[in-house]
Design a protein around this ligand. Structure first.
Ligand SMILES: NC(=O)c1ccc[n+]([C@@H]2O[C@H](COP(=O)([O-])OP(=O)(O)OC[C@H]3O[C@@H](n4cnc5c(N)ncnc54)[C@H](OP(=O)(O)O)[C@@H]3O)[C@@H](O)[C@H]2O)c1
Length: 334
């Protein structure tokens, strides 16, 4: 297992939901030499400093659109998690070029700065919306995934290794449905809004997401898209779990929204390897090292080819959380 003790870790977008939980995990489990938070807004950094003021913490103001700043920030860094993104679907539809500049150009800048500093391993966070994307946010994250996978060719045999972690809705993260519902209920709303009653989503807690990323650092050879096996949730079950009522009002699907999400498209089944608790989408291109075997990872765990026409789809998932499980999750995570 990768040991973060005495290592330097940089997190782009480190002030976000993922970044805060990741820093909590790192500081509680290891003694890192440095944890560098790289993001734009000084207020979010100030507030984070009130929570995390350990001597290993460094707060760098910077934009992932600024390659030179990233290169400076990554000096002597061992591991990078790229979490910075514009991720609100409607905002991306309305401001497409801003989303492209941050999510695509920013991704390439992270890659270039990592190579320039010979970082050891880099993980970029991706989303189920990047699989068969229908909105610009998802399309930019797919482009980012492709850049990170192909970056292993630019870095060559001795350079950084780049991999991607793709997962679904993070329970309670900023801008997500659970805090939205919670606020409406606190304001006295009796009927929660639902865009479509058949809607399903993949579901992961922040803690599970962080632990999966940490494990992926140990598993990665470079070029994988790691996808955890996680449950799905029916939106109507979430309404019942949070409000105590089966009643809801339908407000209609929003621009760029899907009824169900996909993490592994059927078209990628022949590149997909199934492990005990996750899938790996192996690269469709061949790398510098033609002997890389994605049926086995660096932890020596072994996988098997996914079934023909396999699709990892939130609507046909083998595991759904029940209303009771959601109630417990709701209490435990918020
Ligand atoms: N939350 C989810 O449900 C979910 C699900 C799947 C995947 N993901 C992915 O996981 C990653 C982290 O998500 P999250 O929930 O932690 O998001 P978040 O809470 O919105 O945090 C993202 C952070 O990125 C920073 N940022 C935005 N633009 C930036 C830029 N141009 N340069 C530098 N920093 C920038 C923001 O800080 P400043 O405003 O201060 O710059 C913000 O703190 C994202 O890549 C997202 O696509 C999230």
């Amino acid at each position: 297992m990768i040991d973060f003790h005495n290592k330097s870790i940089l997190i782009t977008g480190g002030t976000g939901s993922f970044g805060n939980q990741f820093v909590r995990y790192l500081t509680e489990s290891y003694s890192p030499k440095k944890i560098i938070i790289y993001s734009r807004d000084e207020l979010k950094q100030f507030e984070m400093q009130q929570r995390f003021s350990q001597s290993c913490m460094r707060y760098f103001i910077g934009d992932v659109r600024d390659k030179e700043r990233l290169k400076t920030a990554m000096k002597d860094v061992d591991y990078v998690v790229h979490a910075a993104a514009l991720k609100q679907v409607p905002a991306a539809e309305y401001n497409p070029n801003e989303c492209i500049k941050t999510n695509i150009n920013g991704a390439q800048n992270v890659i270039d700065a990592s190579i320039a500093n010979n970082v050891s391993r880099v993980i970029a966070l991706s989303t189920d919306k990047a699989a068969n994307p229908v909105n610009l946010y998802g399309a930019t994250k797919l482009a980012s995934d492709k850049l990170f996978v192909a970056a292993n060719n630019i870095s060559g045999a001795d350079g950084p290794r780049f991999s991607v972690v793709r997962y679904g809705n993070v329970v309670g993260s900023r801008g997500s449905v659970v805090p939205h519902y919670r606020k409406l209920l606190q304001e006295g709303e009796k009927q929660l809004p639902v865009t479509h009653p058949e809607m399903t989503r993949f579901w992961i807690t922040l803690d599970e997401g962080v632990k999966f990323v940490v494990k992926s650092f140990s598993r990665m050879q470079g070029g994988e898209i790691f996808v955890p096996k996680i449950p799905s949730v029916r939106i109507t079950d979430l309404v019942e779990a949070m409000s105590g009522s089966k009643d809801f009002k339908v407000i209609g699907i929003r621009p760029g929204e899907k009824l169900h999400e996909i993490m592994v498209p059927e078209e990628m089944a022949h590149h997909t390897v199934e492990f005990n608790d996750h899938f790996v989408i192996a690269p469709a291109i061949t790398f510098f090292d033609k002997t890389l075997d994605y049926f086995k990872n660096r932890l020596d765990e072994k996988g098997a080819p996914a079934a023909d026409k396999f699709e990892y789809h939130s609507g046909t998932n083998s595991q759904f959380l029940t209303v009771g499980e959601l109630r417990n999750l709701d209490k435990a995570t918020l």
